[in-house]
Design a protein around this ligand. Structure first.
Ligand SMILES: [Zn+2]
Length: 268
């Protein structure tokens, strides 16, 4: 699933392509993934000019010049691609926005969970899905005292606190593993049991890991917007491989139905 660093890298490459450009045509291939209805989605977007493009949690938002918004949630397997309109659409194409020069922004989803939502002018302020999001871990509101409160408020494991979008947005399975590796914490630790030193290191590791990962993802994607770069990760998906920090070996452990990766030697 695309997480904060993946989405930041996608936006880095997507913004120069779409910002200030008019959506000349819209095609919907999978009406069930488009909201509120396929007809309203097309009618609302055609002729609109894309203004600012923002990320909020795992949502990408196109703020349109007329005051409306396009909200994109890629969910588990969604992707965006930037192609010539002459290229035949892939089977998994959900929708396509055509821009000048016959370039298209295509939304693809082999799993069928992506959500593309047209919000009319004023709709963004009342969009319930965004209002329930916790603070962005790269913004000033995410202070170490907030983190402390957040860890105390939840009885579960520290990995699941990091992944809880109501408490902090944009972090999922992959980058929670990377943050915990940085903080030398086992994913199975209870969030309420961390001592002051561990909390301080975690507070530093959250933004440090996400900024490092964003830079790595931008580099790995070159100018593209499709997919996600995972090759640089240190522990997530690296089961059986040597730990990059100590002589230990990374293991995979099933934690509440998700695969957690960590080094049992240098994470405590
Ligand atoms: Zn290690």
């Amino acid at each position: 699933m695309p997480e904060l660093p993946d989405l930041e890298a996608i936006l880095h490459n997507l913004i120069p392509k779409v910002k200030g450009n008019c959506i000349e045509a819209v095609q919907v291939f999978r009406p069930k993934r488009v909201f509120p209805t396929s007809e309203e989605f097309v009618a609302g977007l055609v002729g609109e000019v894309v203004g600012e493009v923002q990320r909020q949690g795992k949502f990408t938002l196109f703020l349109l010049a007329g005051g409306a918004t396009l909200s994109i949630h890629l969910m588990l397997h969604g992707e965006m691609d930037w192609v010539s309109s002459s290229q035949a659409p892939e089977k998994s194409t959900v929708a396509a926005l055509r821009f000048k020069g016959d370039q298209e922004l295509r939304f693809l989803d082999r799993a069928g969970w992506m959500r593309l939502t047209y919000l009319p002018p004023g709709g963004l302020q009342n969009y319930a899905e965004l209002r329930s999001l916790g603070p962005d871990p790269l913004e000033a509101a995410f202070t170490s005292s907030y983190l402390q409160k957040m860890l105390q408020s939840y009885p579960g494991t520290v990995k699941f606190v990091l992944m809880e979008q109501r408490l902090v947005n944009g972090i999922g399975n992959a980058f929670s593993d990377e943050i915990l590796f940085c903080a030398r914490l086992l994913p199975t630790r209870k969030s309420r049991d961390l001592n002051a030193q561990e909390r301080d290191l975690l507070a530093k590791c959250i933004p440090d890991t996400l900024r490092w990962a964003t830079a790595q993802s931008i580099q790995g994607m070159s100018a593209g917007i499709r997919g996600e770069v995972r090759s640089y990760l240190r522990v997530h998906g690296k089961g059986g491989q040597p730990c990059p920090r100590c002589p230990g070996k990374i293991i995979r452990f099933e934690l509440e139905g998700r695969g957690a990766y960590f080094c049992p030697r240098c994470q405590h």
